[in-house]
Write a protein of this length. Sequence first.
Length: 317
Amino acid sequence: MKQLFKYMSEPRDFFEKGFIRLSQPSVLNDPFEAAFCRKSLDELASHFDEPTSWDPEFGELKFSQYVDLRMHHIGVISFTESKENLLMWAHYANEHKGIVAGVAYHPQMGSIFESLFRADSLINSAWGEEWSKFDGAPAPVFYRKGLRYRNDKFDYDYSDISAEGADRVLYEVFLQKSDEWIYEQEHRVILRLEQADRVIVPNISSIGNLHIQNRIKNSSYSILNADSRSCIVNLFEVADGAERTAVAMELAKLSKNPKTIYLMKLSSSSINNCLIGLNSNFTKADIQGKHACSTGYLDIWKATRNMDYYSIEFEAI
């Protein structure tokens, strides 16, 4: 088992319904996200059996072009190994007024999600599910001074790149950050936005495909606010795989608007504890949500101040 933690300013629907944000590049806080050395990647790709990639919308592309065009279809969920980092409590948990949620990853049980939507042959370039990197498994972030491929282009095994497709590269550019971020000890789940379980659209009129727009308006899996024109699309309720894929592909195109929110639904068994911040007003009752407690266990702790060192400790409540 791998124990990970998620810093949050407030619980939102995490414990009650199991939803966690899948953050698109337009809402990430590092302007160097998915930065890579294009010249070095193109040199690396020249050694592949197929030095270019194929995209159904844009045709034949260099691998670097594919990443540039498709990176906004990627979502990231960030976790950390550390529950005691004072900087992250200040930055990501509202100055110790928030919480840290504990998430357990059991490799033998698959992903941390309730039901991960795959449809890999339709939404990415891999030959099939067994070759796709978007499997919902958390992976540790690599920290370097140089951009991805700048100095390490031959350090990894690309013998299966023909089967993995250009999405192998699209996936891994989100797994490297500057070494100045190393204190975060970050692990990431990286998915295609088309895999989202729920999408909150700020204005349904922004959906360019009118057929899909009308389908969403008249469907049982969406909730439309007639006044604001915002819409909640519950993709996890769509039984037909082809329809879900078609709708999800259109919704993924809205990712450059930071107000569009993509969410994943965690398995209740993966949510195993919560740490309430030192300055937090949240109570045990605020944390004991229906979804998280449905497995029968949820450890809840309260942070306390260590009087001898710059550190915090936790007491069970």
